[in-house]
Each structure stands twice: as C-alpha cells, then as structure tokens.
Design a protein. Structure first.
Lengths: 316, 182
C-alpha cells in the first residue's frame, strides 16, 4: 500500500464510510507503522477541528421573507410534473443547463429566473402586449380629455348672451365704469323730453336732473354692478361647477370605460369643475358688471331726473 | 434531519397545508443558508439563494420523489442555485475572506491555538479553496452528508465523491501546514 492509498483508507475510516475489512486493515497498519500513526493523528485533528467550525446563523427575517414571496394561491396538483407552465419551463431549462459537476456546468447566460425577491433581478413580467394596451388606453384618455376641454371652450365664450347670469369676483372691480358721456339722462338727450324754460323751474330741474342723474347713475351703477357681480359670481360659479363637473365626469367616465372610469371621472370632475367654474365666473362677471352698470345707470338717471325735476318744481 | 418528519411535512403541504411549508423553511433555513455561504462566500448572496431555494421548493414540490431523502433534494437545489448565482457574478475564484494567520508555536502550533482560533483558521483556509473543494468539504463536514448523499446532491458517482473529498482535504491540510509555518 503506497502513501496515497494509505491516506485514502484513513479518510474512509474517519468519514465512517470504511467497510469492516478496510477498518481492520488500517488498524493493522497503525499498529506496525509509527509514521502512519502520526499521520492518522494529524488527520484526525483536522476532522475534529472541522467538526467544531461554527455554522452561521441566517438573518432573522429570512423565514418571513421567504413566506412573503410564496404566492398565496400556489396550488400543488398532487401529481408530479404538473406544475404551472412557468415552473415546467424553468425546470426543463435548468436540467438542460446543468452540467455533470458543479464546476463544469454549461456556459452561457443565466439559465433561469430566480424569484421576485432577488436583489439584482427585475421581475417585472409585463409584456409588450400589456404595454401597448396601456399606451392605447392612455392615448384614448388624453384625446377624450382634449375633446371635452375644447367643447367647453367653444360652448362658453365670453359673449354677452351666454354670460348672462354668470360672473367672477376677480374682475368685477375692473368693469367699465359709466362715464359722463355714457349716461344719457332723459333731459340731456334733447329738448323734446324736457323743454327748457329760461329762469324757470324747468331749467333748474333740468340742471339738477342732469347732475343728480349722472352722479346717481355712476354710484348706483357701480354699486349694483358690484353687488350683482358678486352674487352672480357665487351662484353661477357653484352652479356651473356642479353642472360641468357632473357632465365632464360622466363623459370622461364613459370614454375611459376600460377599467379607469371611476378614477378618471373623479379626476376630470374636479379639474373641469374648477376650471370651467372659474372661467365662466370671470366671463359672466365682466359681462354682467357692464350690463348692469349701464342698465342701472340709465334707470337711476331717469328716476333721479324726474325726482329732481319734481322737487325743484315744487320748491319753486 | 429526520427524513420521516420531512416527508410528513411535504405530504401536508401537498395537501394544501401552508403551515407545513413554514415548518420546512424553519427546519432548513440554517443548513441551506450555510451551504450557500460556503459556496458563495457572501452573506448577502447566500441570503438571496436561500430565498430562491425555498421558492423553488414551493413551486416544484410535486417533482420531489419521496423515494429519496428530502434534504438531498433541497440541498441539490441549494448547490445548483448557488453555482448559478456564482456564475452570473463571475467571481468563482474571488476571495471575500482573508485567511486568518495566527501566531503560534511552530513546533506544535495546533496545541497552542484556542478552538476559536483554530476554527477561524480552518474556515479561512477552506474559503481560499476552489468552489469544488468547498462544496464537497462543506457537504461532508458541515452538512454531514454521506458519500452516497453527496453523490446524489452533486449528481456524481460515489467514487468521484471520495476522490474529490480526498483531494480537497489534501489541499486543505497543505494550506493549514503552510499557515503553521508562517
């Protein structure tokens, strides 16, 4: 028995894998060979030391991490080779890639996908089809939103007829103020309405009427414009917000029927309600302020002119 | 490991008892984690592999043949997954750990070493060996697998296992002797 065979025999005995005859043979050898005994003792120390090497403890969260990544709906079919298609594919690929020994495995790229918890792997399994579908859905939503916005832009221009009853506080104080030239008192429009008589009450009445009418018209017009603008702004803004919000929500919900109806309805309702309410309120405020100012100034001027004329006539 | 207990847990899990799978994870988390550590020499990689192994077990438990020992089956998955990850990282020959060289009595160094020092020295020496050596040594000495079990896990015949073990120990002893001389 050469040195190598002797060492192999010692290994087998220390591993507990030697046959009885092999064990007896080693005993005989150790009894007659001091060098073999020394070698065996050294080898035994290595085995003993290996047995004492402490093993690492896994991190505390390992079990929880493993269990968290096991699908809740994992179903075993109870029959071999009847796993899901994914597992069958993985299994077959692994078998093909596995070499005959750990160090001689087939070269090439990674042969299978590890679980979704691996740090280095992106386990997003979304495919091209689902991405394309998302693009189409997104595009449809964007187009629908643009159409709705365009429709409301066209339906609610800052025109007078559509702006009746709508307002906004932001510009109510910028409404055109009635100027002297804009105020047409009855007496000022011509001699036909209030005939002037020199030195008479009519003259004074006319003068007072003009002055008072102008002053009152401006004051009343401004006041009424502001009041009406504020009131209309609040009422119309709220009304339009609700109406437009609801309409847009319904439209958006119908358009985005592919599973996103609820989310888009809420989003579009809020957005459109605010946007349209603000726009309409601004437009209506400007128009109503102007309209009311002119209307009120004319009306008040007339009333004041008559009152002033009557008062002057009575005094005189 | 008690193979009868393993089989009972496997059977329960196959019948839909998820608690049985939890028990399997608890039973095998440490040996699987250590097996991966010896191959990969990286705690983080070993943790990843341990999770992968249990995922594979859950997915492929129907493929387990009850004629064989469950721990051989799960160890085989662990070794293969570790080797796959090592190949992906391309650092098979890299060294994560420095071999601890302790001062001692050169005439009888091992008698002067504490058990902890000796363990650290052996661990460092093993870590400096090749992957093949680390795999067979760890399966034999740390997982306490028999030749037959190692052969099943590595898909080798027993003669090859004996030969690899012998060569690995020979290199380990040589490495330890070198350390003693420094």
């Amino acid at each position: 028995m050469n040195e190598r065979e002797r060492a192999r025999l010692m290994d087998a005995v220390l591993d507990g894998e030697a046959t009885p005859s092999e064990a007896r043979e080693l005993d005989r050898l150790l009894a007659i060979d001091p060098a073999a005994r020394t070698e065996f003792e050294q080898l035994k120390k290595v085995f003993d030391a290996l047995r004492e090497v402490p093993q690492a403890f896994p991190p505390e969260g390992l079990v929880a991490a493993v269990l968290a990544n096991i699908p809740q709906n994992l179903v075993l079919h109870g029959t071999r080779n009847q796993l899901s298609s994914r597992s069958r594919v993985l299994g077959s690929v692994r078998k093909e890639a596995r070499g005959t020994s750990p160090g001689k495995s087939v070269k090439g790229p990674p042969v299978h996908q590890p679980g979704p918890f691996l740090r280095e792997w992106n386990m997003n399994e979304s495919n091209g089809s689902s991405r394309r579908r998302n693009v189409w859905v997104g595009s449809s939503i964007a187009i629908a939103a643009a159409l709705v916005a365009l429709a409301y832009t066209i339906d609610f221009p800052p025109g007078a007829q559509n702006a009746v009853g709508t307002i906004v506080p932001a510009q109510r104080f910028k409404a055109a103020q009635p100027a002297m030239d804009d105020v047409k008192a009855v007496g000022q429009s011509g001699s036909q309405s209030v005939p002037l008589q020199a030195g008479s009450a009519a003259n004074a009445a006319t003068n007072n009427a003009v002055v008072s009418g102008t002053t009152n018209a401006v004051t009343s017009g401004t006041t009424n414009a502001v009041d009406n603008a504020s009131t209309n702004a609040v009422v119309n803004a709220s009304t339009n917000a609700v109406v437009n919000g609801t309409t847009n929500a319904v439209n958006a919900g119908a358009t985005n029927a592919v599973g996103n109806a609820s989310m888009n309805a809420v989003g579009n309702a809020s957005t459109n309600a605010v946007a349209n309410g603000t726009t309409n309120a601004i437009n209506s405020s400007v128009s109503n302020a102007s309209t009311n100012a002119v209307s009120n100034s004319a009306s008040n001027a007339t009333t004041n002119a008559i009152n002033g004329s009557s008062n002057n006539a009575v005094r005189q | 490991m008690d193979d009868d207990a393993d089989r009972a847990l496997v059977e329960r899990f196959r019948n839909g008892d998820r608690e049985a799978f939890t028990d399997l994870v608890v039973r095998y988390q440490r040996p699987i984690y250590n097996a991966a550590c010896w191959v990969l020499r990286s705690v983080e990689d070993a943790q990843d592999v341990a999770q992968i192994v249990f995922m594979r077990v859950a997915e492929r438990l129907d493929e387990y043949d009850g004629q064989h020992k469950f721990f051989s089956w799960i160890y085989r998955i662990a070794v293969n997954e570790s080797l796959n990850l090592q190949r992906r990282h391309g650092r098979e020959e890299a060294l994560d750990d420095d071999v601890d060289i302790a001062d001692g009595d050169h005439a009888n160094p091992e008698s002067q070493l504490s058990q902890a020092q000796l363990s650290r020295r052996i661990r460092g020496a093993i870590m400096s060996l090749s992957t093949n050596d680390r795999v067979v040594l760890s399966l034999r000495h740390f997982s306490e697998c028999s030749y037959e079990e190692i052969a099943q896990i590595l898909d080798l015949d027993e003669k090859t296992v004996k030969s690899r073990l012998f060569e690995a120990r020979h290199r380990l002893r040589g490495l330890l002797a070198e350390l003693h001389q420094h």
